[in-house]
Design a protein around this ligand. Structure first.
Ligand code: SF4
Length: 405
C-alpha cells in the first residue's frame, strides 16, 4: 500500500505515462520494483549527444520571466535579461573544444560490439560538427537548456526535462526537443504527446506564451515545427493521463502484450511469457491438443449442421411437408416471421400527425399498434404498412417420435 501511495503521488513524466499506457506491468517493473533495464547503445548515444549540446548551448542562455511561486517577489522581464535580448550570442566553445567535450562524455555502455560503438561514435562526431556549423549562421536565443520543470495540471502532477526553450523574435517561447533517431517526420511533431506535456509545463512555469513546438532531427538538421496544441487536444491528453493516474492509484498492473514486448527486458518475469512448469508440460500439452481438436470439430459440425438443415428444407419445400420422420425423432419445420419498417421517408408525415412519440424507434410493435388504431389517418396507415418488409426464417426442431426402444 505504501508503494502505491508513493507511486500515485509521484509526478508523471512523458516516458512514465507512455510506458504505463503501453503496458502497466512493464511500468510496475520499472517504476515500482525499480528493476534496471539492459543498457542499449542508441539510448547511450542520445544521452551523450544531449549532454554535449547542453555544454555547447548553456553559455548562450539568457533567462526570462518566470511565473511567481508563493512568497516570491515580482520580477520584470528587463531584470531578467537587461542586456542580452535580441543580440547575436557568441559561441563560447571552439570546434576543438566541442570535440573534446564529446570525447569526455563518450561511454561505450550498451553497444553490442566494438564496430557498433565505432559507427555511432563517428555518426555523433559528424552530427555535432554539422550542427556546430549550422549554429554559426542560425543562432538560437535559448532562455533555458535541459531544464527540469514541474507543474500540477488540473490535479495531475507532471514533470519533464526540456532540451531547450527559445525566445522567438516576437518575444514568445518555442520548445525544442532534439531527436537522434534515424527517421523523424512532421507527423511525429504533430502527434507527439511529449511536446504537448512540455507545452503545459512551460505555460505553467513561464509568463510568456508558447508560440511553437519543435522536434529537431539532428541527423538531417531539420526542425519539424508545429503550432502549440489547441485546447481540445490538450483536454484529450489530460483525460488519458487521468486514466493512467487512476490505474496507478488502483494498482492496476495487467500485462498488455503488443509490439513493445519485443524490446521488453521483463519477459522472464511476465506471466504472458512465463513457461509452464516442466512437471506439468505433458499433461497441459494434451489438454491444448484436445482443445484444438474440439475447436476444429466444432467448426466442421456447425457447417455440416447447416448443410443438412438446408437439404431438409429443400426436400420439405419440394414435397410440401413440414414433418419428416427419422429413426428416433421427427424433424419439424418451424417458421419465424419478422417485420422491419423503414420510416425515414415518412418522418415528416408521422410528426405532422403527432405520432413521433408512438413511433420513436420505428419497431414492428410500435408500427403495428398505429396500424390497428382507427383514429389514425387511413392514408398514413396505408403508407406505414407499405414501408414494412417481411422476413421469414425457417428452422428445424427435433421431437421424439416415440418409436425408439
Ligand atoms: S513482456 Fe510485454 S506484456 Fe510482459 S511486461 Fe513486457 S511489455 Fe508487458
Amino acid at each position: 500500500m505504501g508503494w502505491s501511495l508513493v507511486a500515485s503521488a509521484s509526478p508523471l513524466s512523458y516516458s512514465s505515462f507512455h510506458t504505463y499506457e503501453e503496458c502497466p506491468l512493464r511500468w510496475k517493473f520499472l517504476y515500482i520494483d525499480r528493476i534496471p533495464e539492459t543498457p542499449r547503445g542508441y539510448f547511450t548515444f542520445g544521452r551523450v549527444i544531449h549532454s554535449v549540446l547542453e555544454e555547447l548551448l548553456r553559455p548562450m542562455v539568457t533567462p526570462t520571466a518566470r511565473r511567481l511561486r508563493e512568497g516570491e517577489a515580482q520580477r520584470t522581464l528587463d531584470e531578467w535579461h537587461p542586456k542580452g535580448a535580441g543580440r547575436p550570442v557568441e559561441l563560447t566553445l571552439t570546434r576543438e573544444e566541442l570535440l573534446a567535450a564529446y570525447d569526455r562524455s563518450w561511454t561505450g555502455e550498451g553497444y553490442t560490439s566494438a564496430e557498433e560503438e565505432a559507427r555511432y561514435k563517428t555518426l555523433g562526431r559528424d552530427l555535432l560538427l554539422r550542427y556546430y556549423a549550422r549554429l554559426s549562421h542560425e543562432r538560437p536565443h535559448p532562455v533555458s537548456v535541459e531544464e527540469h520543470l514541474e507543474a500540477r495540471w488540473d490535479g495531475i502532477p507532471i514533470h519533464g526535462y526540456i532540451d531547450r526553450i527559445d525566445r522567438t523574435s516576437e518575444g514568445a517561447l518555442e520548445i525544442v526537443d532534439y531527436k537522434t533517431s534515424r527517421e523523424l517526420s512532421g507527423e511525429d511533431a504533430r502527434g507527439s504527446d511529449q511536446l504537448s506535456i512540455y507545452q503545459i509545463l512551460v505555460e505553467n512555469n513561464y509568463t510568456e506564451p508558447v508560440s511553437g513546438l519543435t522536434l529537431y532531427h539532428l541527423r538531417s538538421l531539420t526542425a519539424h515545427r508545429v503550432p502549440p496544441r489547441p485546447k481540445p487536444t490538450l483536454l484529450a491528453l489530460h483525460d488519458r493521463m487521468g486514466m493512467v493516474q487512476d490505474g496507478i492509484r488502483s494498482e492496476a498492473y495487467e500485462p498488455t502484450p503488443g509490439r513493445q514486448c519485443a524490446r521488453c527486458d521483463f519477459q522472464s518475469r511476465c506471466p504472458e511469457f512465463r513457461p509452464v512448469p516442466a512437471t506439468d508440460q505433458a499433461r497441459l500439452r494434451e489438454l491444448v491438443d484436445r482443445f484444438e481438436d474440439l475447436r476444429a470439430n466444432e467448426k466442421r459440425l456447425e457447417l455440416e449442421l447447416r448443410h443438412t438443415a438446408e437439404e431438409l428444407h429443400r426436400a420439405a419445400e419440394g414435397f410440401g411437408v413440414h414433418r419428416i420422420p427419422g429413426t428416433h425423432s421427427v424433424a419439424i419445420r418451424r417458421r419465424e416471421e419478422t417485420w422491419q419498417y423503414t420510416l425515414d421517408g415518412l418522418r415528416a408525415r408521422v410528426n405532422a400527425a403527432g405520432l413521433e412519440g408512438r413511433l420513436g424507434r420505428g419497431s414492428a410493435e410500435e408500427v403495428r399498434s398505429v396500424l390497428r388504431d382507427p383514429s389514425v389517418d387511413p392514408e398514413l396507415r396505408r403508407r406505414l404498412a407499405e414501408a414494412g418488409t417481411r422476413r421469414v426464417k425457417w428452422y428445424w426442431e427435433l421431437e421424439d417420435s416415440g418409436s425408439g426402444g
